[in-house]
Design a protein around this ligand. Sequence first.
Ligand SMILES: Cc1cc2nc3c(=O)[nH]c(=O)nc-3n(C[C@H](O)[C@H](O)[C@H](O)COP(=O)(O)OP(=O)(O)OC[C@H]3O[C@@H](n4cnc5c(N)ncnc54)[C@H](O)[C@@H]3O)c2cc1C
Length: 399
Amino acid sequence: MPDFRVAVVGGGIGGLVLALALREHGISFEIYEQAEELREIGAAVALSANGTRELRRLGLGDQLEAISVVPSALVIRRWDTGEIIADPPIGRDGAYEASFGAPFFGVHRVALLQALAGRLSGEGLRLGHRCLGIEERRSGVEVHFANGASAVADVVVGADGVHSVIRPHVVGEVRGRFSGTIGYRGLVAVEHLPSLPDPTPLQFWAGPGRHLLHYAIDGGRTINFLAVVRVPEWTSAAWMEECAVSDAVEAFAGWHPAVTEMIGATDIGSRWALHDLAPLTRWHSDRVVLVGDAAHTMVPHQGQGANQTIEDTIVLADCLADLRTWGNVCSALSRYEERRRERTVAVQWLSRRTADLMHLPDGPQSADRDEQLADLYSELAWIHSYDAHAARAPAVGAA
Ligand SMILES: Cc1cc2nc3c(=O)[nH]c(=O)nc-3n(C[C@H](O)[C@H](O)[C@H](O)COP(=O)(O)OP(=O)(O)OC[C@H]3O[C@@H](n4cnc5c(N)ncnc54)[C@H](O)[C@@H]3O)c2cc1C
């Protein structure tokens, strides 16, 4: 489709993967990213098989492997004694890839963005373009930027994250839902964690009203963690605020020394209010469509926000490539929404539910949970086994 142009607003994980997928289909694109250089808030991201399968297909397999760490296992421990509740292998014996058909990686976010941009060779990437708004017409969409530039495209994709400026055009103003949990994030060198029983797994420490998740990045030398605390409310208008390290350390007082040591070893200066979005009433207009956090922000307790974003982009690129079959742009966008809505709503729900389960008080309920966790991989198969390409519906009229 040589004359068909897609403008992607946002050069995060979603925008860059979408560009690679569009390129595979021979669809022209420009990515408009507000930042002057590719950077990410937060340290690392965990990519599961439903995401890595697609990145491999886009030719990033070797590079991704080189910058990532494969956790040895997915371990869940008790908050105080460190007793192991569940321990399904990931890298150990290649068990995860054998089950789900693609690897599980922990990777530094900036390294991932650079790998994606490197694969694009800078094609179509316009940094320093902060989108202020769009005007949609019957024949196309005009995009306006803070630097005075503007652009015209056949389709505009809002890949501009949780505070999307494109979303209001599609669905009006939507407020995020506070999940009742806040997160402290940090990076710690492994040598500062003498009490940590094993630095190699992706590990949850679960306890009443709190949990800690951590995994290794940077060749196994650094531990990335997210410490989550249940709180009654969040009153600040901002979703992130500065705080003292002692706030986080006090929140985990009495926990296993590996936990308090990890949190205390950082220079954490901020806490994040973890929000998600209630399912949107629509994901697209005639020529404007949302992907990733702009469409379905989720809390991070299943590690699926970026992975679901990757799935979105693959499906959207497929639907745009089938444009001739669907007749017009709006039908292609409807097809995309149809294929993505139910699944992402289910993952959003499970992401919230995961924190509820992790945070159960000690007693009979947590004992039941521990029994269920013994078969964790069967519980997660519907997420991690998913193959966004294979789920592609046959084109109408195809033999
Ligand atoms: C604590 C935490 C931990 C997480 N851990 C994981 C994990 O382990 N695994 C996982 O799968 N997910 C995880 N996530 C979720 C994941 O980070 C997001 O779902 C993912 O980054 C969404 O990608 P995106 O491209 O939609 O948005 P973003 O990554 O937010 O990218 C949006 C891009 O748009 C740009 N932008 C914004 N506004 C404009 C504008 N007006 N004009 C131009 N550009 C604009 C931004 O600068 C940014 O580059 C986590 C989230 C949190 C909060």
